[in-house]
Design a protein around this ligand. Structure first.
Ligand SMILES: O=C[C@H](O)COP(=O)(O)O
Length: 317
């Protein structure tokens, strides 16, 4: 598990008033998100350091039907040494690893063996990505992933509970999943691209945090719309409200489609502005990404040598 000095989110009893009070000004959110990529709240001179920071917060992911132990071992090797040592030396950084690796349940033993406890192994459990397998089997899958050595579990919520407004059912389901995780940290994937409205994203964020999620995460990477800036703004503000209400800091994980260094920097700038510096650490922030690392390594090489090399020289897995 990632080192942290923070208490885990113990959750709060379900309170329908919290859901009823959620307000979202969609056009203001969209306007603010649209201005972000152009702004420079992270200084350009510090870009290499920010990119290295981003690497330390990647959940390096492979979630494909054709995953093999060989692919997962390569992914883990990359996660343990994500940036070439000569580049790291040149930017004056010591050791660097990604935040975690993220794999399907069946690949957990391979990943656990490959990372040798140096970084956490996260498993997507609970019938990922649709989350429509029988509920008792979803709980069982969590328990088996934890027994196999996963110390982080990325669960998927039942989108229908959001779409039908059954907030109590969403709370109960999430709380039972959190209990099944035991000491493993739980990231609740909202699949925001399937929730219809930003207001639903805000409400689902509050309910899954009340139910004890350690992180809230945007997407499986399999929806037609995955992480976006407006959704991130909404989820970060929900995290801020939840902290004000409960005293607990919950982590944030945008996932799916974040593949460029400049996008990663934009997310970090938003995070810094909305939640502050404490969130800029792997215990409170992760990128769920399969190809972002390759682009960051290219940018770091450019920073050091002034040249770009071909993307295939920096394979992500
Ligand atoms: O959680 C992680 C996502 O599945 C990765 O999505 P990506 O392949 O678009 O980076």
């Amino acid at each position: 598990m990632t080192a942290t000095d923070l208490p885990r989110n113990a959750g709060l009893p379900f309170d329908p008033a919290v859901v009823a009070e959620v307000r979202v000004n969609t056009s203001a959110v969209e306007r603010r998100a649209a201005t972000l990529p152009a702004r420079r709240s992270l200084k350009k001179d510090h870009q290499a350091a920010w990119l290295a920071r981003a690497v330390s917060m990647i959940d390096l992911t492979t979630l494909s039907g054709d995953d093999t132990p060989g692919r997962v071992r390569r992914l883990c090797a990359k996660a343990l040494q994500p940036v070439r040592p000569d580049l790291l030396d040149a930017i004056g950084l010591p050791d660097l690893t990604t935040g975690a690796v993220c794999v399907y349940h069946e690949m957990v033993p391979t990943a656990v063996d490959a990372v040798q406890g140096r970084i956490p192994v996260a498993a997507v459990s609970t019938g990922f990505p649709a989350g429509l397998s029988p509920f008792h089997l979803r709980l069982r899958e969590i328990e088996e992933s934890v027994a196999a050595g996963a110390t982080e579990i990325d669960i998927v919520i039942s989108r229908r509970h959001v779409l039908t407004g059954d907030w109590q059912a969403l709370y109960d389901e999430t709380a039972q999943m959190r209990a099944a995780c035991g000491t493993a940290h739980m990231k609740a994937i909202l699949a925001t691209g399937e929730l219809g409205t930003l207001k639903n994203v805000a409400r689902a964020s509050m309910v899954t945090m009340m139910a004890g999620s350690d992180f809230i995460k945007t997407s499986t990477g399999k929806e037609s719309v995955n992480a976006t800036l407006p959704v991130s703004l909404i989820m970060m503000r929900a995290i801020r409200s939840f902290e004000a209400m409960s005293g607990f800091k919950v982590g944030y994980k945008p996932a799916g489609g974040v593949s460029k260094s400049k996008d990663a920097i934009t997310y970090l700038a938003l995070l810094k502005e909305e939640l502050g510096d404490r969130w800029l650490r792997p215990d409170l922030f992760r990128f769920g990404a399969s190809s972002l690392l390759g682009d960051i390594e290219r940018q770091l090489e450019h920073h050091v040598t002034g040249r770009y090399s071909a993307g295939h020289r920096h394979p992500a897995g």
